[in-house]
Design a protein around this ligand. Structure first.
Ligand code: ADP
Ligand code: MG
Length: 220
């Protein structure tokens, strides 16, 4: 059973007279222990796909299964629980709550999944090299620090599925290497990882690369 599976996803946006066909029949799956990279030019539908896989957005057609359980077309409370329990999500921005420190942001994710582990809070902070900044608030962090803090939050519950939108977009080459190491550790621990990226360095580390163009998968 794949960790996540999407069947024939469609997503349309309507703005006044204009209709954007953001996803036009996308089917993908990620198995345990797999790192899958999604690439495509700006506007090809990558973020829309990720949001549908995370249950943050509802596709207009098709459906998503997470660990064999349907994620789409469910009340938001149920989707929120599935997300909290199974999925680590790293968006392009807005991954941390501004009124909480780095440490408290990580702890909050754990609390939502009923998986608080103070030792893991500390080790995650070490893993992303933020030991000296653990009590800082998001507004006090540099771009690179914020990106690393977001990664720590997304890994808080050691999620069965990690969905990451441009995780290395804002970081230097050394930090990118460190982040890739974290993803590889997930592979060993049999976690499923799906990463939207423009980075060829990241793509060469993937088990599979999926290319999107105009809302469709063009080749694998
Ligand atoms: P990518 O992440 O690959 O750059 P997106 O998934 O963000 O692509 O966008 C796919 C298409 O859908 C683009 O044409 C974008 O302009 C459009 N789109 C995305 N979100 C919205 C929205 N909330 N309302 C209207 N159009 C949107
Ligand atoms: Mg995007």
């Amino acid at each position: 059973m794949p960790v996540i599976e999407a069947f024939d996803l469609y997503r349309f946006y309507h703005a006044k007279e204009e209709e954007t066909l953001a996803l036009r029949g996308v089917s993908i799956h990620v198995e345990a222990g797999e790192i899958v990279v999604v690439m495509g030019t700006s506007g090809s539908g990558k973020s829309t796909l990720l949001n549908c896989l995370a249950g943050l957005d509802e596709p207009d057609g098709g459906y998503v299964q997470l660990m064999g359980k349907r994620l789409t077309r469910r009340p938001e409370v149920e989707r929120a629980w599935l997300r909290a329990a199974y999925i680590g999500i790293l968006l392009q921005s807005g991954n941390l709550f501004g009124h909480l420190s780095v440490e408290d942001n990580i702890r909050l994710s754990m609390q939502l999944a009923k998986k608080v582990d103070q030792t893991r809070v500390k080790s995650l902070i070490e893993l992303v090299n933020l030991t000296k900044r653990s009590l800082a608030y998001p507004a006090q962090l540099s771009g690179g620090e914020l990106a690393r803090a977001g990664i720590a939050v997304s890994l808080a519950i050691d999620p069965i599925l990690l969905l990451a939108d441009e995780p290395t977009g804002e970081v230097d080459a050394d930090t990118e290497k460190g982040i890739i190491e974290l993803f590889k550790m997930r592979r060993q621990a049999r976690g499923a990882t799906l990463i939207v990226t423009h980075s060829n360095v990241l793509a060469t580390e993937a088990d599979r690369v999926i290319r999107l163009k105009d809302g469709r998968v063009i080749d694998e």
